[in-house]
Design a protein around this ligand. Structure first.
Ligand code: GDP
Ligand code: MG
Length: 305
């Protein structure tokens, strides 16, 4: 376990306030808590609101079916019912604690589509690991775009991390070099940045598989997390793209970026439900410190308070 900065709970509440409105506020606005039962209209509206909040069509239907069948859940109990249901779904996806082993090499493999926030996430993670006195190496595996490497270089310097980069080289060879360096010089952490172009999906997936193979061979046991980065604003669409990545790479968790201001944060619950993957990190802004270790009870509390 690694103790990432606990972002102030107020900042987190602010980041999820739009999600709270769309997921909880809009749903509850459809029910009259003094009624004994739901009207069919109300059930339809609840379902629509859940879908609009990006919870997913199937999950929304499942929840509403439960309301229909379970005569026990009165309108006045809907809020609590949803709260318990979401806690259960999030818990079933696994622990939300980022894996970290003290005194060993820890490798984090970061994947996701272009613009999702991979490079920014790496900068934030590098910064936080550095703050805790760790020796951090960044592997610039997005060798496709020169600008991407340069961006990573600037961020790494700012965070105080070292970087391995080789223009236009095979990403797997950059990762190979980073692992050799990390072993020789006793690094605690390697953060692997990758490309995200989906125009050539096949090549990208082959590239990611190759990086994974190199890591498994050169540093067996060191791969701590394979993280998929998803932009909260892409909602269900992001979830669809995510499935492509999980087929190619054995993902262990999700980092959800741009939660600040997004009304589609319910995607966290949809990811847990559909992909059985826990969200472990959330980005709530563009600054180095705007990264939070995801915590189910903080999230639920912020949604339902
Ligand atoms: N508001 C906000 N913006 C973010 C966050 N994470 C990343 N971004 C922005 O998203 C854009 C794309 O990020 P980048 O890391 O380059 O994405 P990549 O293509 O996946 O490497 C940049 O403008 C970032 O500043 C976040 O948590 N909140
Ligand atoms: Mg990038």
């Amino acid at each position: 376990m690694f103790g990432f900065f606990k972002e102030k709970i107020e900042n987190f509440k602010q980041a999820v306030s739009n999600t709270a409105q769309s997921l909880v506020g809009n749903v509850l606005s459809n029910v009259d808590v003094t009624e004994e039962e739901y009207s069919e209209f109300a059930l339809d509206d609840i379902e629509d609101a859940l879908i609009c909040a990006d919870l997913g069509v199937e999950y929304a239907a499942e929840l509403v079916d439960n309301l229909r069948k379970k005569k026990g859940v009165k309108p006045s109990e809907l809020k609590n019912y949803l709260k318990e249901e979401f806690i259960r779904t999030l818990s079933n996806a696994g622990s939300t604690e980022l894996n970290y082993k003290e005194g060993e090499l820890n490798i984090y493999f970061i994947t996701g589509v272009n613009g999702a926030g991979k490079t920014t996430l790496i900068a934030k993670m590098a910064y936080q690991f550095k703050q805790q006195g760790k020796k951090v190496l960044v592997a610039a595996g997005d060798t496709f775009r020169a600008a991407a490497e340069e961006q990573l270089n600037i961020w790494s310097e700012r965070a105080g991390a070292d970087i391995v980069r080789r223009d236009k080289a095979d990403p797997a060879s950059v990762v190979y070099e980073a692992i050799q360096k990390a072993k020789a010089e006793n690094y605690d952490v390697i953060l692997i940045d990758t490309a995200g172009r989906l125009q050539n999906k096949f090549n990208l997936m082959e590239e990611l598989k190759k990086i994974k193979t190199v890591t498994d061979k050169q540093a067996p046991e060191a791969l701590r997390e394979s993280i998929l980065v998803i932009d909260a604003n892409t909602g269900q669409n992001g979830l669809q793209q995510a499935k492509v990545f999980s087929d190619a790479v054995n993902l262990t968790c999700v980092a959800l970026t741009k939660l600040d201001g997004s009304a589609k944060g319910a995607i966290i619950i949809a990811i847990a439900k559909e992909m059985k993957l826990p969200v472990k990190l959330v980005g709530i802004g563009e600054k180095m410190t705007d990264l939070k270790a995801f915590d189910t009870s903080d999230f639920i509390e912020a949604l339902f308070e």
